[in-house]
Write a protein that binds this ligand. Structure first.
Ligand SMILES: CC(C)(COP(=O)(O)OP(=O)(O)OC[C@H]1O[C@@H](n2cnc3c(N)ncnc32)[C@H](O)[C@@H]1OP(=O)(O)O)[C@@H](O)C(=O)NCCC(=O)NCCS
Length: 152
């Protein structure tokens, strides 16, 4: 098992995984391309994209960071590779990176009904820190905001 930085050549495999993950964030081709664009100069906004591979690409995680705050924007594991710890490994890697770079907190939003994702984040000690009413469409649903706080 290998976790590495995503490359633009990974986009088709990332999209194939997302397509079969109803509860992942659904992005356009251009959203995926933007992950790999260089950030504007004079800003500390950055994207982080990781993939996890076994014999093939099995999952990905995309996050962004501004200052000390990080946000997980999307994470998905191939349907036939779930429940084997890959999501745990990807989130753990992101937390290690954020910690090493002096982050104060990591946030994310998740559909209220997404039990698998909520359990994954709770396993990593994320805690519910808010709610966004009717945040999601198709189907309409509240978002639960989770926060991981680094010990200072
Ligand atoms: C959420 C997701 C990324 C989890 O990835 P995964 O590799 O299956 O997760 P793991 O095997 O590391 O499981 C970690 C923990 O999450 C929980 N979990 C995972 N799948 C679960 C399920 N179907 N039901 C209940 N709990 C589940 C368990 O607590 C599990 O720990 P355990 O196996 O020790 O009991 C994966 O289900 C997925 O890709 N879902 C579709 C996309 C999505 O919803 N993304 C999140 C958007 S915020």
């Amino acid at each position: 098992m290998l976790i590495r930085a995503a490359r633009s050549e990974d986009i088709p495999a990332m999209q194939a995984i997302e397509k079969h993950a109803a509860t992942a964030a659904h992005w356009t081709d251009s959203d995926y391309l933007k992950i790999f664009e260089s950030p504007e100069l004079q800003t500390d906004w950055r994207r982080i994209a990781l993939v996890i591979e076994e014999d093939k690409l099995q999952g990905f995680l995309v996050a962004q960071t501004v200052g000390g705050e990080w946000e997980i924007e999307n994470v998905a594991i191939a349907a036939d590779a779930r429940r084997r710890g890959l999501g745990t490994r990807l989130v753990g890697e992101l937390l290690d990176m954020a910690r090493a770079q002096g982050a104060s907190a990591v946030f994310l939003e998740v559909r209220e009904s997404n039990r698998a994702a909520r359990a994954l984040y709770e396993k990593w000690a994320f805690v519910e820190s808010g709610r966004r009413r009717q945040y999601y469409r198709e189907p309409e649903e509240d978002a639960v905001v989770f926060k991981f706080t680094f010990a200072s």
